[in-house]
Design a protein around this ligand. Structure first.
Ligand code: CU
Length: 505
């Protein structure tokens, strides 16, 4: 159980973290918006290609504390990787051997997890791979991925939410031979742009508020200011007629329904872990915490394209639940609107090639090839009581809170399995599985659409909904060291909505 005490003492000396809950007057959103009227240029995280040593690509990553200037006239203590806030974009190539040298300079234990790289469990950077202060952790592994964007973030038991919220995260872009043949925008920072979204709540002195109120533990920590690569509603000048935006929801709890303010359509070309078989033309892309999507925005008309968030309702009717329909509705909806990015086309636009109509061939996993169906029920039953002023935890998978000393599931190496994830609560949960990429079979019996047609590692399961996914558990067996599956609302993960599985020969 997370108590207010552990939250308050969590960061030790050095970072004055305000944890006074929703009663504390936060940084006025209007002030942030007014500030954004004079918007900053979109910061582009540096592209880190590492350095080659005996055929291994080495990345030196220092986890550190720093001060960031998000708001006028105030400095915000933050965490970052090789910088004050967020970290570099790591450039990785399929088939290459890499070593991550992670040095912990934040003065307290943490971990760094490679969100859904297919690597041995001992290299995963989950709750079992703690990096003590002053230590360097150096996992070596081979990149075995389809071209896509992945990300790294902390994964310490009970502290993931806090450490990620403070900014210790970054993107990883994997390229492969097949995708390099495609005529897609791929000049980093010019027409291929990472967009890391994190919402924050600020105290009036500029410090981040990480609240321990019942409400924020239940709903997850949501902010009222959206940072886009660390800037508020920034601008970007396009020099090409098409822009590839690689969207990463690195937020603790908030799902974004992203679109253009003038309602123009864009092409979705990738989901979490791969390109899509074919581009999907759409006006919105829904992104829950942990999820990624790549979109191609066309600005050939010379008009400013304003990327914003729209209100949304999650799918799923909440067929069960202890609350009335109104409450369930509220828990599935989000009506806050944020500006994400204003794209100004320059006068002389270079014309980008047309988007290829076919992008990638993905392996087919037939349902009949599955040897087993495992069922996972997500619940927050007691948590409801908690919000109502009672006690208890109750953020569970299959009725149990995470126990780091318990292996919940044992999967046979080489097996193809169907995992059926049912949400027994009224609130949507983004369910994430380490080690594998899955395909979505169906959502309440209906086949997936749009960005969900590629390889996935995180799927939003609406209130009362059941999603079935299929995956093959290959290559890495380790009976001792588990991988995690969990809700990617980090406060839920920290409160127990997580389990452990091993892959065994
Ligand atoms: Cu959750």
């Amino acid at each position: 159980m997370i108590t207010r005490r552990t939250l308050l003492t969590g960061l030790g000396a050095g970072v004055a973290l305000t944890a006074l809950g929703t009663g504390m007057r936060s940084y006025n959103n209007n002030r942030a918006v007014a500030f954004a009227r004079n918007p900053a240029k979109l910061p582009i995280p540096p592209l880190d290609k590492g350095r080659m040593e005996k055929g291994v690509r080495i990345f030196d990553l220092a986890l550190q504390r720093g001060q960031s200037a998000f708001l006028p006239g105030s400095k915000t203590p933050t965490l970052g990787v090789n910088g004050a806030y967020l970290g570099p974009t790591l450039a990785l190539n399929d088939g290459e051997q890499v070593q991550m040298r992670v040095t912990n300079k934040i003065g307290e234990p943490t971990t760094l997890h490679w969100h859904r790289l297919h690597i041995p469990a001992k290299a995963d950077g989950g709750p079992h791979q703690i990096v003590e202060p002053g230590e360097t952790w150096s996992p070596t592994f081979k990149i075995m991925q389809k071209a896509s964007m992945f990300w790294y973030h902390p994964h310490l038991l009970h502290k993931t939410g806090l450490h990620a919220y403070m900014g210790m995260a970054g993107a990883m872009i994997v390229r492969d031979a097949q995708s390099s043949q495609l005529d897609l925008p791929s000049t980093y920072g010019v027409d291929d742009i990472p967009i890391v979204l994190q919402d924050k709540r600020f105290a009036r002195n500029g410090q981040l508020i990480y609240s321990s109120s019942m409400h924020d533990r239940m709903m997850g920590m949501k902010g009222n200011v959206l940072l886009v690569n660390g800037a508020i509603a920034p601008r970007f000048t396009a020099t090409t007629s098409k822009l590839r935006l690689r969207l990463l929801n690195g937020s603790n709890a908030r799902t974004y329904n992203i679109g253009l303010a003038d309602n123009r359509a864009f092409e979705i070309i990738a989901g979490d872990g791969s390109l899509l078989p074919v581009p999907v033309r759409h006006k919105r892309v829904l992104l829950s915490p942990g999820e990624r999507a790549e979109i191609i925005v066309d600005v050939a008309d010379g008009q400013t394209a304003n990327l914003v968030t729209y209100p949304y309702k999650t799918t799923g009717g909440g067929r069960r639940g202890m609350m009335g329909g109104g409450m369930m509705g509220m828990m599935g909806d989000d009506n806050r609107r944020f500006g994400i990015l204003k794209i100004d086309p320059s006068k002389q636009l270079k014309t980008s090639p047309a988007i290829p109509r076919r992008l990638v061939e993905l392996p087919v996993l037939a349902e009949s090839s599955a040897s087993k169906t495992r069922r996972f029920v997500l619940d927050m039953g007691m948590g409801m009581g908690m919000m109502m002023g009672g006690g208890g935890g109750g953020f569970t998978v299959n009725g149990q809170e995470m126990d780091i000393n318990r292996i919940d599931e044992r999967v046979k190496l080489g097996a193809t399995e169907i995992w059926e994830i049912s949400n027994n609560s009224p609130m949507a949960h983004p369910f994430h599985i380490h080690d594998i990429q899955f395909r979505i079979l169906d959502r309440d019996g209906k086949p997936p659409r749009g960005q969900e047609t590629g390889l996935k590692d995180t799927v939003l399961v609406g209130g009362g909904e059941t999603v079935r996914v299929i995956a093959k558990f290959e290559d890495f067996a380790d009976p001792q060291r588990p991988y995690m599956y969990h809700c990617h609302i980090l406060e839920h993960e920290d409160a127990g909505m997580m389990g452990q599985f091993t892959v065994e020969a």
